[in-house]
Design a protein around this ligand. Sequence first.
Ligand code: SF4
Ligand code: SF4
Length: 364
Amino acid sequence: MLGLEGLQALIEALAARGHDVIGPVERDGAIIYDHIAGIADLPTGRTDRQEAGSYRLENRSDDALFGYAVGPQSWKRYLHRPIETLFRVRRVGEELAFDPPRDQAGRTAFIGVRSCELAAIAIQDRVLQGGRYVNTEYGARRAQTFLVAVNCGDPSATCFCTSMDTGPRAGGGYDIALTELLDGRHEFLAEPGTDAGAALLAYLPTRPANEADWQAAHDVTDRAAANMKRHMPGKGLKEALQDNPEHARWDDVARRCLACANCTLVCPTCFCTTIEDRSDLDGQGAERVRRWDSCFTRDFSYVHGGSVRTQTRSRYRQWMTHKLAHWWDQFGSSGCVGCGRCIAWCPVGIDITAEAAAFVEGQE
Ligand code: SF4
Ligand code: SF4
């Protein structure tokens, strides 16, 4: 068991071992992930209220440090960067000199990774490192990342991890997992998931967990699971989507969808990128960058002379059928981990669970 001073010692120990420590902080009305030096930087006594198309922060009646669900950012921005310079090229006389990117991967520690986010990182590991074409920049960062998970006690109304089998309790993929206990005390049950996690915990001020501590920790995640309000239909969904490319629901959702791409940018598993070349105005240098792209943009499907998905209907269909159906064929899992971000951050409140339900109900 770790007390508050133990959590502070954990953050300091990671920093002392050369990690850039990133954790949840409150910024501009939302909880995002940024550099932290200690527990004073965490959003104390704050929680989020999320619904389709809405997100706001409120005070809690206690001093919980992790009393909220996921915000608009995911850890994706630190592992699979929004913009990545692949190389720079300079004119040197009559020759060209190629420079590697300046941004080299360093040791990083993530504090407060939720169970759905561990699942999302595992999916990105599979997509970006597990196949024939490896994203070396992602791999270099991932190899140096220490993960401190926090089990969820307060899911938002947009969460549906239970139906995706990704939470609210972390099942693996972390170095240390914490459960925040606020039942008349403020402590954390800390579980090591790797040798590195165990070694770090051995160095911190802890006391052994007793049976009551374990029960209290399980009660936290059991309550969270019982409070989950949304669910993704499972049975028959893949087939219902793959068998219905002309379903009337695609027209229905296209009338509401703005093709703004918010859902893909907030999604912790969406991985698509494009490559751009940028040249200096003086003609002496250029750089090649990779940046996040979205299947909701017209240019995303541009093929020799035109876009093959000119309508919002076909772009939404591409996104949802890839995420919930074709992903199984391609990567052996769903592309959705049930974090609910695309529901809260859709400006018109389109809810992927409701859209999916419309297809499954249509099959019955
Ligand atoms: S599709 Fe939506 S709910 Fe599923 S992982 Fe992506 S953002 Fe989260
Ligand atoms: S579903 Fe919502 S967030 Fe996604 S592109 Fe359409 S309007 Fe934007």
